[in-house]
Design a protein around this ligand. Structure first.
Ligand code: ADP
Ligand code: ZN
Length: 328
């Protein structure tokens, strides 16, 4: 049976084709959304992508990962935070009508968690929490081998768990949530602000080093144009020993570790699977995450923190699992 997997990523759309039971794509296509994308242009692009991929063949089922809140029970998109026009779009029914096959739709963090569970770093683990740390911070649960979406579909929102109630204000209206401290764009913004004003940092996050070299590598990497600082630049500067970058990367790790440790205490999953571009920052970040999580979780609570195995393809593989589950 041919399985079609779709990933609506916000700025890009991906589609892949696989034979049920196989672990290799038969076909794979990824396209960037136009700058002025809306739900209409996204759907049009997806149709053309699907048709070029299928080339006349008919899939047995379709699975969809959507980058935004979804009512998975009925496969309806609630909205997109990136693309206008997605309010209350019955994506499952639209695709089911067009292709005449079973379709399953869920939010990207839940789907990625399912992907890692069935095909990646969570294989053989019946309970896991998947976290992606990228432009935002999202999470998805597998409990008793099944996705746990929460009563209203909002489970897994570790991004907006508060870990420092006196911390900086997040777009969600709260202070010091994990996403506010650990996402790439927020980390970059805070580093930029320090370089612009050089205010003293809260002593908690000061590693106690000298002021020399603080921010110098950062400034060098962007040729003095502070607007060019990104999460990636911060992690590169940290790797080169820039103390300011090290400080903020450590703060991101601290926030993630604090969140993970609290979640471990509360739910006690076997594994935490961490993915997303920010986690590419390397061992310097991972070490802090592991250390702070260990300090936060009770000594009796055991768990592992491991890197995601599927990278950007986690939502697509999760979509394959969703599709397979509709026909098995
Ligand atoms: P997307 O996830 O939307 O494809 P990217 O993966 O390029 O976007 O980046 C998402 C965020 O992760 C950005 O804020 C970026 O700066 C940050 N990022 C990318 N690579 C790294 C890295 N090696 N270390 C830390 N942050 C990174
Ligand atoms: Zn928040």
């Amino acid at each position: 049976t041919l399985i079609l997997a779709l990933d609506f990523g916000g700025t890009k759309l991906a589609a892949a084709l696989v034979n049920a039971g196989s672990r290799e794509w038969l076909g794979y296509e990824r396209r960037l959304s136009p700058v002025k994308a809306n739900a209409e242009t996204d759907l049009e692009m997806m149709r053309s992508l699907i048709h070029s991929l299928l080339g006349g063949r008919k899939p047995g089922a379709i699975g969809v990962s959507f980058g935004g809140p979804v009512d998975a029970m009925i496969g309806k998109v609630r909205l997109s935070h990136h693309v206008p026009g997605w309010e209350n779009i019955p994506l499952r029914d639209l695709l089911a009508q067009e292709f005449g096959v079973p379709v399953s739709v869920d939010n990207d963090a839940n789907v990625a968690a399912l992907g890692e569970h069935r095909f990646g770093a969570g294989e053989r683990f019946d309970s896991l929490f998947y976290i992606t740390v990228s432009t935002g911070v999202g999470g998805g649960w597998i409990l008793n081998g099944q996705p746990w979406r929460g009563a209203g579909g909002m489970a897994g929102e570790i991004g907006h768990m508060v870990v420092d109630h006196k911390g900086p204000m997040c777009l969600c209206g709260k202070r010091g949530c994990v996403e506010r401290l650990a996402s790439g764009p927020y980390m970059a913004r805070d580093v930029r602000e320090v370089l612009e004003n050089e205010p003293p940092l809260s002593p908690r996050f000061q590693p106690g080093g000298s002021q020399e070299g603080r921010g110098e590598v950062l400034r060098g990497l962007v040729g003095g144009d502070l607007g060019l600082i990104t999460g990636k630049v911060v992690s590169e500067a940290a790797a080169a020993g820039d103390e300011l970058a090290v400080e903020f990367l450590a703060r991101a790790g601290w926030a993630l570790g604090m969140g993970i440790g609290n979640v471990a205490n509360l739910v006690n999953p076997q594994r935490f699977v961490l993915g997303g571009s920010v986690m590419k920052a390397g061992e310097r970040l991972w070490d802090v995450v592991r250390k702070v999580a260990r300090e936060t979780a009770l000594p009796e609570v055991s768990y592992e923190i491991v890197p995601a195995a599927l990278g950007d393809d986690a939502p697509l593989w999760g979509a394959v699992a969703l599709a397979l589950d509709t026909i098995s």
